[in-house]
Design a binder for this molecule. Sequence first.
Ligand code: ATP
Ligand code: NMN
Length: 296
Amino acid sequence: MPTPPHTSDDMRSLPTLRQSLRTFASSPHTFQILRTIPYPSPKLSSPLKTLYILDSSFNPPTLAHLRICTSAILSDKPTAVPKRLLLLLATQNADKAPKPAAFEQRLAMMSLFAEELINRVTGSDEGKHKEGDVIVDVGVTKEARFIDKAKVLEQQEEYSDPGPVEQVHLTGYDTLIRLLDTNYYPPDHTLKPLEGLLEKHRVRVTRRTDDAWGGREEQDGYLRRIAEGETEADGGRREWAQRIELVEGRTEGEEIISSTKVRKAAKGKDEQALSKLVTDAVASWILEKNLYLEED
Ligand SMILES: Nc1ncnc2c1ncn2[C@@H]1O[C@H](COP(=O)(O)OP(=O)(O)OP(=O)(O)O)[C@@H](O)[C@H]1O
Ligand SMILES: NC(=O)c1ccc[n+]([C@@H]2O[C@H](COP(=O)(O)O)[C@@H](O)[C@H]2O)c1
């Protein structure tokens, strides 16, 4: 699908975004890029090899999402360029009903977040990238499951030209558990449908150590059990463990960050709490637009 070059201003205009979402919803397409930074993209010095994808409800984007993206981009050598990251808003979630804020608000925040992210990873400091070496897309999809998103992205010209591009899906530990949950794969309810994703692509999982998802040992143990063949009874493969990388999230004692926590802080107009959970531009947008005041 041709990419309408939404500018930074378009992405701050809620009527423009509403119209773009309407056009997308009524189209037969299941994926669309709304904004690319920088645009027009610089001529690539070498073919794109890796596409990082953060698929999220971005309700709103948080500092945890920022860390997931920057850590992935900076984990690879600065010379391994170009690097491309897709911030992907799923308009249909596998589990959650739509909640505030409206999708156009989330897209506006994703665009601000993308600008801040680019600033973080490019600059003059050692280890950072030159301007133009990192490209960030803001896109939307109607697909809820990773296996379907991966297929749709493989078909996009931007992500397949001139040759195959390896996708690295960035998730948190809770999402890895749901990725490998047979309940999402009717009618047979086996893990076989994941073959396409886990044989061609990779998953980079950030540990999410808190009460709900257990500690580091428990999370590492889960991946070890995959490597030992525990999922084979469900149609999984032990080799998949090599396609899944577990990386550090917050360190001991560091604040737990989630979009739910941001929505609570926003409801209380708690600017100090917000500043520890989201980037500056996202915090300003939330306060200026009075987002999440109705949150329960
Ligand atoms: N603090 C975090 N640590 C590790 N992974 C995270 C963190 N926050 C979000 N993620 C991961 O980022 C992806 C998108 O996150 P999502 O939008 O669901 O955020 P969330 O904070 O879990 O949202 P909500 O609080 O609304 O349920 C998921 O794969 C999720 O696991
Ligand atoms: N098995 C799967 O592919 C699977 C399961 C649960 C969530 N998801 C997706 O992961 C993304 C993040 O989900 P949450 O916002 O619920 O954390 C969403 O796009 C959601 O649809 C995919």
